[in-house]
Design a binder for this molecule. Sequence first.
Ligand code: GLN
Length: 308
Amino acid sequence: MTGLSSYDLAGLVEKVREHTGGEVDRSIPALASADADLVAVALVSVDGEVAASDDAGVLFSLQSAVKPFLFALALADSDGAALDRVGIEPTGEAFDAIKLESGTGRPPNPMVNAGALLTASLVDGDDVAERDERILRGLSAFAGRSLEVDEEIARDEHLLGDRNHALAHLMRSEGTLTVTADDAVAVYARACATLVDARALAVMGATLAHGGRNPLTGERVVSAAVARDVVSVMATCGVYDGSGRWMRSVGIPAKSSVSGALVLAAPGVLGAATISPPLDERGTSVRGHAAADIISADLDLHAFGGLC
Ligand code: GLN
């Protein structure tokens, strides 16, 4: 995409600041004290052009924006067998719904907590430390730089994530989770606590959009088949019970998160990321959604935009 670096992101940020609705997540102290006024946006094309707003270097935790990448690593490390262990139908439910697939006891989708607890348990590694290490290395390859984990957030997520512990125990009782419930929550919590900025998250999205090859470093992080599987599931369940509305208005596969981050992957064109902590009732950043609507229209990125 030519001309991306001249896209007026400062103007976009000012425009979306007018959206004042939403509430900051309060599940852990670090999220409750997030700067509600932060708005940052970054775009990275598959040919390596970058556009970043002023605050695109401000760090935040990935939270659920890590889920597409956990799914990607699980698919890569299991040679696709992860698809036998987790469903891929859209759930139409909240991210932390206590619900497994009927009949199989599998988690319903890798974009909701049950599925991400499971995919995090499927990456290579014989114990928690090895899986933590594999995930951080994999996420860093997606981002094209060394990422770090916020230890306090990881600890709080692990300690305070009662619903995640409940989901992990439920999957253990069904025989679909094969590591201990506590190990599953520990690895997932640490992955959620990985720190990125908007620019790094946009590179991660661009790596998916580029068929698994990082457009800045040139590294093949996952296969094109894995990237296609991941982006397909983002398109159908990335914004939970708001995914239908999201695809209609924005038309770009994406993943939301409670930190107020959004990562988008427009196949063959670009990756994008926004961060703005106030969330709507489905856990999607209000200003992030508004920014995605504008970016999609300005750059003609709606998957079905050719119809009008
Ligand atoms: N860490 C959060 C949790 O598991 C992530 C949820 C989210 O971002 N929607 O509860």
